[in-house]
Write a protein that binds this ligand. Structure first.
Ligand SMILES: Cc1cc2nc3c(=O)[nH]c(=O)nc-3n(C[C@H](O)[C@H](O)[C@H](O)COP(=O)(O)OP(=O)(O)OC[C@H]3O[C@@H](n4cnc5c(N)ncnc54)[C@H](O)[C@@H]3O)c2cc1C
Length: 310
């Protein structure tokens, strides 16, 4: 296995932030992934698993180890009427298209979320009321220490809002996923996919360059008056006491706020954007500032996006 040296990580993330990886390898299947993990073990190198790079930003100095990027390779199989078996490095959008082509219902609300399906399962990504956990039947992983393959049924994956066993325990690297979908009508599914993408474009800045989607998780808010104000102002309903982080950031008066190359988006304030030349330090300063200001409303925000240090 050949690794590349000093690979620019900024180019491999949607934030476009971060220095070089000491070593880098792209893998397209389970065997290549295992080989890369063996190599890291043998060379005593710390490693980092990267998917589409749409929910992470790297240190300005880069990463002092091996970055293993899971890449798509058209590794999708229809294994019976309702099930798709998919390599973790496939692009989520390609899986949505594959499901549509095979008239399978379930994934339409996830259309337009960037990144790989492995990354989406790990963070239990979701939109418009659907989360990956609604669609997963089984997850195949490799243990980082044992390098053995193991499978988890959905009930064992500890899925919750933007959470999973694999996020809490980085020992497990997702290799493949078995999805359970329902039979439907292809044209209807395709139309729903289009509607989802249109709705996303209305709410969010378009294009993937310069951000990682929502930076903070939507918090559960204890203060009743804040929930009442949110519902009155937006006409939306708080679900399980949650209030969108973007609304709170707007309430804190931070829309359009700029620090270095980072700006809080006017359209969707939970999107902090690299408007050009931003460093990881700019982003850390900005997001710490946001947390501090939102805390004045009595709410503690928590990052959804991961920072990977040197
Ligand atoms: C414009 C935009 C819009 C977005 N909208 C949404 C949205 O609507 N809903 C939503 O939930 N998210 C959204 N996101 C965030 C992001 O797209 C998702 O979190 C996505 O699922 C991340 O996948 P990835 O492959 O890019 O992960 P990466 O960013 O590459 O990695 C994220 C984390 O997952 C780990 N990881 C990646 N692959 C694996 C694997 N195979 N096994 C174990 N760990 C792994 C990485 O080590 C890292 O810790 C958006 C992002 C952008 C840029």
């Amino acid at each position: 296995m050949e690794t590349q040296k000093n690979v620019n990580l900024a180019a491999l993330t949607t934030f476009k932030i971060g220095g070089p990886a000491r070593e880098f390898v792209a893998v397209k299947n389970r065997e290549e992934l295992l080989e890369a993990l063996h190599y890291a073990k043998r060379e005593n190198l710390p490693y980092y698993i990267l998917g589409g790079g749409s929910n992470v930003f790297f240190d300005d100095r880069g990463f002092n180890g091996l970055v293993i990027k899971l890449e798509g390779a058209r590794g999708m199989q229809l294994i019976d009427e309702n099930n798709i078996y998919v390599w973790a490095g496939e692009n989520l959008g390609s899986v949505v298209n594959f499901a549509t082509e095979h008239s399978l219902v379930g994934m339409e609300n996830l259309a337009g979320i960037p990144g790989t399906i492995g990354g989406a399962v790990r963070g239990n990504a979701g939109a418009f009321g659907t989360s990956m956990s609604d669609l997963v039947e089984m997850v195949e992983v490799v243990g980082a220490d044992s390098l053995e393959i193991k499978t988890f049924r959905v009930a064992e994956c500890q899925f919750a809002y933007r959470r999973s066993l694999f996020k809490e325990n980085t020992q497990w690297i997702i290799v493949a996923i078995k999805l359970k979908l329902q039979k439907g009508v292809r044209e209807v599914i395709a139309e729903k996919v289009k509607t989802t993408i249109r709705q996303r474009n209305e709410k969010q800045p378009t294009g993937w360059v310069g951000c990682a989607g929502s930076f903070f998780e939507n918090p559960i808010v204890a203060k009743r008056e804040l929930i009442v104000r949110f519902e009155k102002e937006t006409g939306a309903k708080s679900q399980d006491g949650k209030v969108p982080a973007g609304w709170l950031i707007g309430e804190a008066g931070l829309k359009g706020k700029r620090i270095g190359g980072i700006e809080v988006n006017e359209k969707h304030a939970n999107f902090v954007i690299n408007v050009g030349g931003a460093t990881a330090q700019d982003l850390i300063i900005m997001t710490s500032f946001i947390k501090q200001q939102v805390r004045k409303l009595g709410v503690q925000l928590k990052e959804e996006v991961e920072f990977r240090g040197y």
